[in-house]
Design a protein around this ligand. Sequence first.
Ligand SMILES: [Cu+2]
Length: 69
Amino acid sequence: MSTATYTVSGMTCAHCVSAVTEEVTAVPGVTDVQVDLETGALTVTSDTPVDDEAVAAAVDEAGYALAGR
Ligand SMILES: [Cu+2]
């Protein structure tokens, strides 16, 4: 099991959190997604190390951006 932490910018409410959670959960291999609205922290748990680019694309798809990793 592998865990990666990123920072998402632009989230303002619970809807943003669920949009990001939904998109990142759909990334291949991802087993758990935790999003902290206040800090923008995105924690991704996966079976094998997750593809950073896939996570960035999923966050972009949700309408937000990765501010850091
Ligand atoms: Cu929102």
